[in-house]
Design a protein around this ligand. Structure first.
Ligand code: ATP
Ligand code: MG
Length: 229
């Protein structure tokens, strides 16, 4: 059972140039994530949590450092290889659902599968199954404007996992929801990730949600620390 980690991050650095000077946001981020593990990241606003997730998701370049996903370096690849790897292995959920307003819940969820060339019959079957597991079987034909905040966020969760990514990157996925709805959406997200065997890096401002994850790390002064609680 003790295999090499799914994700290994070593000595990650990132600076931004601002009018006030250089901002050295990430200063040697290091961690490992095991297959299926659910890791929470907390830290003050502006500490670099979203920047770190964007880099892990290959949407932003680090200045230096090494990231291995499933044994493969994910930076320094040709852009088409990087996009392929991202589509195949990484899912994203954000604070806002970013669903396409003209498409129904089901159409939003299956879009990544259709882009990958799956037949619409197979894609719809997988999409309906995920929506049902998120207790949305009665909402498949709704457009996002006709969904509640919690429902829209659950549709975004279904979309993020539909293509069976090994790694889910979640940036404050329940940040726009009231506490009770946040708990429910988080519970369903956690359950679905276990069933789908997806490892998760979730940024959150909620210490109570963070504490119910497998592990909690705090981003502070550009580095990750284990949190005493
Ligand atoms: N493209 C950019 N150019 C310049 N500065 C940036 C850029 N992106 C982020 N920053 C700065 O980097 C710092 C970290 O930003 P980031 O969004 O990663 O913080 P965060 O921890 O996610 O904060 P929050 O909890 O508020 O979402 C901030 O000071 C931000 O202003
Ligand atoms: Mg952020």
């Amino acid at each position: 059972m003790n295999k090499s980690p799914l994700l290994t991050v070593s000595d990650l650095h990132k600076q931004f140039t601002a009018p006030s000077g250089e901002l050295h946001i990430l200063r040697g981020v290091e961690f490992e994530l095991n297959e299926g593990e659910f890791l929470a990241i907390v830290g003050e606003s502006g500490s670099g949590k979203s920047t770190m997730l964007q880099i892990l998701g290959t949407l932003e370049q680090p200045d230096s450092g090494k990231i291995l996903l499933d044994g493969e370096m994910i930076h320094g690849l040709a852009s088409n290889r990087q996009a392929h790897l991202r589509n195949k292995k990484i899912g994203f959920v954000y604070q806002a659902h970013h669903l396409i307003p003209e498409l129904t819940a089901l159409e939003n969820v299956v879009l990544p599968l259709l882009v990958q060339g799956m037949s619409s019959a197979d894609a719809n079957q997988r999409g309906r199954e995920l929506l049902a597991r998120l207790q949305l079987e009665a909402r498949t034909e709704h457009i996002p404007a006709k969904l509640s905040g919690g429902e829209a966020q659950r549709v975004a969760v279904a979309r993020s996992l539909v293509a069976r990514p090994r790694l889910l990157l979640a940036d404050e996925p329940t940040g726009n929801l009231d506490e009770k709805t946040a708990q429910e959406v988080f519970g369903l997200l956690q359950q679905l990730c276990i069933e789908e065997n997806a490892a998760v890096v979730m940024v959150t401002h909620s210490l109570s949600l963070a504490r119910s994850c497998d592990r909690l790390l705090r981003l502070h002064d550009g580095q990750l620390f284990s949190d005493p609680g």
